[in-house]
Design a protein around this ligand. Structure first.
Ligand code: NAD
Length: 500
């Protein structure tokens, strides 16, 4: 293992060269081969990154918006031009298929596009003569150093949800990516440098809970943006807020796709299969439960099964592949255990993913698409976020029962309704307690001009990610009330100031 290349922290504009006392192993999920090692930060490494960011933040905050925009546009151009290199990195460490990796990079670019408009987004307000001779204006200022902690399933898009806006707003960032696929973060940090970002404005520390805990408690860190599973999101929110930080912590999901009897069933079946098994189900917006409203169940299941049979599971580098392996052997085994649990609980195993043909190396972390029908809401395959290619069908008698089911679920990330009835779709959008809703759209990830966030156990904190709420999160408002000597009448004014 010692011969494997070591991915080290990126601090102050360069990769660290010290041999780390602890390191993780990187694997190629399609082959199972060990491909590298990643340094695990000690508290001193995080301290160094925060110190570098703090120094850089002061200078960066006073850098003009025009200059910041120049860097953002240059980064945008470099990322678009060299996206192919990044696709290869993502596929090799995450395992998703190449066009799915290209899709996440396209979504990351959208967020950079949005951040390029920071000069307009950061405009304040001005009120002339709010009181006699008194003007009031508001400005938005950066927070300082912000920590970003990201999950394995979007190693490019999720960091860019936060990094682009945080930097555009004048902050410096310490990013702690997932230890499972961390290489993309160093590649991006080097690209930002090439685009002209000053050293220290973006630092990357690698590792596990040790690094995360230092960020959550560090007095030099003003805010934390986290994305990951619900138990860790809750822990991050509670710990970081206790240490006085502004926090947005996005958690896990169980996304329901409701199919009404009047829906276009071919469209719905296509959506269930692409939304459920795209990226091997390792998406926080994946469809994990199809809610079939009577009497649509049997026809819908038949159409889904028909489509599942044609899915090619193989190496993400192979353009024939529809879905790749799961991210690690341990995760594959965890997901596979739900197949046993579902059968034991009495659900009907319609398609068993363990029997799906593997079009890839034997050592890969494979598990094919699986479909359960007649799933009960007390079964672990319904209650737990499985985060793999396992789709559950729950049958309900009518629209009201569907809404009630979705609203009773503790998660509230995404949901979709399939129908031809505009009134039903409107009512669903109005009544459902979920942050992001699709109408005949299975994976309703908002475009960058809106913000991304779930409700209930899918998000801790009150600010969604990116878009307008991202700009809000990464700045704080200051209101300045002023008057100038030539408009001031002489004399004391001891009463509480009023506007007259
Ligand atoms: P995870 O919670 O295991 O890890 C997320 C991050 O937290 C990683 O950087 C990891 O190193 C760190 N971490 C893990 N355990 C920790 C601990 N005990 N203490 C401190 N830090 C810890 O999540 P994952 O497996 O990398 O990603 C998949 C999860 O992320 C799924 O639950 C998925 O739904 C969720 N997710 C949510 C969204 C969203 O926007 N809501 C988006 C993508 C992924």
């Amino acid at each position: 293992m010692t011969g494997l290349p070591m991915l080290n922290h990126w601090i102050d504009g360069r990769a660290s060269i010290d041999a780390p006392p602890r390191a993780g192993v990187l694997t190629d999920p399609a082959t199972g081969a060990r491909t590298g090692r990643v340094a695990f930060a000690e508290p001193a490494d995080v301290d160094r990154a925060v110190a570098s960011a703090a120094t850089a933040a002061t200078r960066w905050a006073s850098t003009s918006l025009a200059r910041r925009a120049t860097v953002l546009f240059a980064f945008r151009h470099l990322l678009a031009t060299r996206a192919g290199e990044l696709v290869d990195i993502v596929v090799a460490e995450h395992g998703k298929v190449a066009d799915d990796a290209a899709g996440e990079i396209a979504r990351a670019l959208e967020n950079v596009d949005y951040a390029c408009g920071a000069a307009g987004l950061l405009q304040g307000g001005f009120t002339e003569n709010a009181s006699t001779g008194v003007d009031v204006h508001s400005i938005r200022q950066p927070l300082g150093v912000v920590g970003v902690i990201s999950p394995f399933n979007f190693p490019v898009m999720v960091p860019m949800w936060f990094v682009a806006n945080a930097i555009a707003c004048g902050n410096a960032v310490v990013l702690k990516p997932s230890e499972k696929d961390p290489t993309a973060s160093n590649w991006l940090a080097a690209l930002w440098r090439e685009a002209g970002l000053p050293d220290g404005v973006l630092n990357v520390v690698h590792g596990d809970k040790v690094a995360v805990d230092v960020l959550l408690e560090h007095p030099g860190v003003a805010a934390i943006s986290f994305v990951g599973s619900t138990p860790i999101a809750r822990y991050v929110y509670e710990t970081a807020t206790r240490h006085g930080k502004r926090v947005q912590a996005l958690g896990g999901a169980k996304n329901h796709m409701v199919v009404l009897p009047d829906a276009d069933l071919d469209l719905a079946a296509d959506a269930a299969v692409s939304g459920g098994f795209g990226s091997a189900g390792e998406r926080c917006m994946a469809v994990s439960v199809v809610v079939a409203v009577d009497p649509v169940g049997d026809d819908l299941v038949a159409k889904i099964v028909e489509r599942m049979a044609g899915l090619v599971m193989g190496d993400g580098r192979d353009t024939a592949s529809d879905l790749g392996p799961l991210v690690t052997a341990a995760h594959r085994d965890r997901v596979a255990a739900y197949l046993e649990a579902g059968v034991e609980a009495g659900a009907k195993l319609v398609v068993d993913g363990r029997e799906h043909a593997v079009n890839g190396p034997v050592g890969g972390f494979w598990l094919g698409p699986t479909l359960f029908d007649q799933v009960g809401t007390d079964m672990s395959i319904y209650t737990d976020e499985i985060f793999g290619p396992v789709l559950a069908i729950v049958r309900v008698p009518d629209f009201a029962a569907a809404v009630e089911l979705v609203n009773r679920n503790p998660y509230g990330n995404g949901t979709a309704i399939f129908t031809r009835d505009g009134g039903a779709a409107r009512r669903y959008g109005n009544e459902v307690e979920v942050g992001m809703v699709g109408v005949n759209v299975p994976v309703p990830v908002p475009v960058a001009q809106y913000s991304f966030g779930g409700w209930k156990d899918s998000l801790f904190g009150d600010t969604h990610a990116y878009g307008p709420e991202g700009i809000h999160f990464f700045t704080r408002t200051k209101v300045i009330t002023s008057r100038w000597p030539d408009s001031i009448g002489a004399g004391l004014a001891m009463a509480f100031p009023s506007s007259d």
